[in-house]
Design a protein. Structure first.
Length: 328
């Protein structure tokens, strides 16, 4: 069984990914600054849980001695905190990637998987976007991830470690830990508003476009990359569904699923407080499309439809009111 280190293992995506990999035969060392000991069902799946600060040189040194087969690096500040002072931001978003690769690649590391973002591309054109599309970040979040991609590329060329950059689209789905900060994500937010307030309120006119992929499908995609025997010379991979939705369309899908589940119609408010009656306003707009051909060639295919994923979120939100125990 492969020995895998997941950094940021207690975060929104990291907790789901660590659980999925552990349940599929990998020996997981979960690293995070959050103490997950109250979630015994989750921690029991892990081979080891290490609590600490990724900036701590002693911790990095001790991690290097454990001789992992795979490292999956997820630690990053969010969009807002990435706009902070550059020394602080780079100490979390950039330097740990460099330090982990510098130390662990010398100890027989087979693969290093870095979670980047579509935001390295900047404003997405209304066209097909593949892994060769040129990066042009327009915020510091995208900039720091692009810097890390370049570090990953460097080590992919000069070491025996296969170093992979994942450019992730927009994840969604229920959290593993109640503390996971995930309710600002669009689909999660819409489901929570519908469930708690009986309405959905948009912060925009509904025209922005997104590609949404469930966090369990993201986990499956990582599993495919781990198991692949490819040489990964061409080492950038999109993880997405290849389907693009306008935010207004998404709001109506959530409202329709809510109505089907609870037999109750809910209004969708636009920023001017008018009510949207139809999702058709932007259906004829030209759209970007994230090409996932490279992942499909490795055997990955998204399995969770938008409808199924939204139902899963409503089931999770309903469970919060019925059971305050160890939920995932």
């Amino acid at each position: 069984m492969k020995k895998v280190l997941v950094t940021g293992a207690c975060g929104y995506l990291g907790a789901r990914l660590s659980k999925y990999l552990a349940e599929n035969g990998f020996r997981i060392t979960a690293f995070d600054s959050f103490d997950p000991s109250m979630y015994s069902q989750w921690t029991s799946l892990m081979e080891e849980v290490i609590i600490g600060d990724i900036r701590d040189e002693t911790i990095l040194y001790n991690l290097a001695k454990k001789q992992f087969d795979i490292v999956i690096h997820l630690i990053s500040l969010d969009h807002n905190r990435s706009e902070d002072e550059p020394n602080f931001v780079s100490s979390i978003n950039v330097m740990p990637t460099w330090n982990l690769l510098d130390k662990l690649s010398k100890n027989g590391l087979e693969k290093f998987i870095y979670f980047s973002t579509q935001q390295v591309l900047g404003k997405l054109p209304s066209t097909i976007i593949d892994e060769s599309s040129p990066p042009n970040p327009i915020n510091k979040y995208g900039l720091t991830h692009l810097l890390c991609e370049q570090i990953v590329n460097y080590y992919n060329e000069i070491t025996e470690t296969k170093c992979i950059n994942i450019r992730l689209s927009n994840g969604y789905g229920s959290p593993v830990f109640k503390e996971n900060n995930c309710w600002w994500l669009v689909i999660n937010d819409f489901c929570k508003m519908a469930n708690e307030r009986g309405e959905i309120k948009l912060l925009s006119d509904g025209s922005p476009q997104r590609d949404f992929i469930h966090n369990l499908d993201i986990s499956r995609a990582v599993g495919v990359l781990i198991k692949s025997k490819e040489d990964f010379i061409d080492n950038i991979f999109h993880i997405a569904t290849g389907e693009t939705w306008a935010i207004l369309e998404l709001a109506h899908i959530v409202a329709d699923i809510y109505k089907g589940r609870y037999n109750k119609e809910i209004p969708i408010f636009l920023p001017d407080n008018s009510i949207s009656e139809s999702p058709e306003l932007y259906q004829n707009e030209q759209r970007f499309n994230i090409d996932i051909t490279k992942m499909k060639k490795l055997g990955f295919q998204p399995e969770i439809s938008l409808q199924k994923g939204i139902l899963e979120l409503f089931e999770y939100l309903n469970s919060l009111y019925l059971d305050s125990s160890d939920i995932y």
